[in-house]
Design a protein around this ligand. Structure first.
Ligand SMILES: *[C@@H]1O[C@H](CO)[C@@H](O)[C@H](O)[C@H]1NC(C)=O
Ligand SMILES: *[C@@H]1O[C@H](CO)[C@@H](O)[C@H](O)[C@H]1NC(C)=O
Ligand SMILES: *[C@@H]1O[C@H](CO)[C@@H](O)[C@H](O)[C@H]1NC(C)=O
Length: 365
């Protein structure tokens, strides 16, 4: 009897917390699929054909190893994925905690050469993520997007806004996960928020290529709290489970050279001097050669060279600058493009960033 109650309690708590626990959302990897009579070939014919999801438009259910023409369609996790045709979408609703921030992580692969994009939304927010650039050599990349819950129950929609001639063109999608974000605050030892990058989106355990933080121009909330990715390309968020990390469990890798800048705006006092300190290293991901990280703040700039053997390691660097206004933009970017020996975009790692105001020189000097 006692055991039965304990089990019941356990079931109740897990059921209650299920949507808020970090990890895959229900059937987020599409391993539960349509019944044979809900499929015509690979096309899902019933709106509720994929358990826990609602599909709309031309949605295909893809089995690992399936071919399209001569091309093999790999699936990054488990045995199944889906493909969204022109204007097709998938939707799932789940409970969340109103007012909290959440990051969505999912894997996507483009299938045709076109400029493919995905519109990810949770009412009333949305963001269009470009998936044209392939960062990892497998063709699959994980992408992150964040939202603030405006309601107790929300619906996630992933929509392919593309209009291609071939309806079978359109991105493949797999492994949709969610993580609660706890936006970090500045402290008296660091004027930057999330300077150690420990707070960020969920890492899909089966994917070994990190999570892309997209350029955030249209997004209200960054999946990497405190930080904004400026310019055109994404930066990569990496974890100690798969990569070498200078400090803690998470860091960023600047994978798009000068095409991608990671920035944060901080409050400063004009005339006061500040010290920006950070680590530059490599992720032990076969990314070798001379790498350079550039850091900018106010009128200060530092270029930090780092020679990577691709086996991990890092060094510390410092930029001292005088603030010229109330707000100072701190920016990091990589000077060059790099590629791993297996053909993935890669670059220097930045981690453990601190900004402190330095005691100003006494006036009598
Ligand atoms: C299944 O698809 C084929 C073309 O691929 C089409 O001719 C046929 O009408 C479809 N069947 C149903 C039941 O929609
Ligand atoms: C993205 O989807 C949202 C929600 O459906 C919609 O309001 C928004 O207009 C879409 N944006 C684009 C660029 O298609
Ligand atoms: C800085 O802030 C103060 C007070 O908030 C304001 O008076 C001043 O104009 C601001 N200066 C700049 C350069 O923005």
């Amino acid at each position: 009897m006692f055991r039965y109650i304990a089990l019941l309690l356990l079931l109740c708590t897990t059921a209650h917390a299920s949507a808020i626990v970090d990890g895959l959302i229900t059937n987020g990897n599409f391993e539960a699929g349509p019944k044979p009579n809900q499929l015509n070939g690979t096309v899902v014919m019933a709106r509720n054909g994929i358990p826990s999801w609602e599909v709309s438009g031309f949605v295909e259910y893809i089995k690992s190893g399936q071919k399209q023409g001569d091309m093999m369609l790999p699936v990054p996790e488990g045995a199944f994925a889906i493909r969204l045709g022109n204007e097709a979408s998938i939707k799932q609703c789940f409970p969340v905690e109103k007012g909290m921030y959440y990051a969505i992580t999912f894997s996507a692969a483009r299938t045709c050469a076109q400029d493919e994009r995905l519109n990810v939304s949770v009412t009333p927010e949305w963001g269009v993520l470009p998936i044209q650039t392939m960062y990892s050599s497998s063709g699959w990349d994980s992408h992150a997007w964040a939202f603030k819950a405006k309601f107790d129950r929300v619906c996630l929609v992933i929509h392919n806004p593309g209009v291609e001639e071939d309806p079978a063109c359109g991105p493949l999608i797999d492994s949709i996960a969610m993580r609660t974000l706890y936006p970090p605050r500045i402290t008296n030892t660091n004027l930057l928020k999330n300077g150690d990058f420990e707070e960020g989106p969920y890492f899909l355990p089966e994917t070994t290529s990190g999570v892309l933080i997209p350029p955030n121009i249209e997004d209200d909330h960054s999946p990497l709290p405190g930080w904004i990715v400026e310019s055109l390309k994404a930066i990569k968020y990496i974890d100690s489970h798969h990569f070498s990390i200078p400090k803690g469990r998470r860091a960023v890798e600047l994978v798009a050279g000068k095409e991608s800048a990671l920035g944060q705006v901080v409050r400063t006092i004009p005339g006061k001097t500040y010290t920006l300190a950070f680590s530059v290293g490599d992720a032990a991901n076969k990314c070798v050669g001379l790498m350079t990280v550039e850091a900018y703040a106010a009128r200060g700039i530092v270029r930090v060279p780092y020679v990577s053997k691709g086996t991990g390691g890092f060094k510390r660097a410092v930029l001292k600058f005088a603030a010229v206004s109330n707000r100072t933009r701190v920016v990091f970017l990589g000077s060059f493009y790099h590629m791993t020996t297996d053909g993935s975009l890669c670059g220097p790692v930045v981690d453990d960033v601190t900004l402190i105001s330095t005691r100003t020189r006494p006036l009598h000097m």
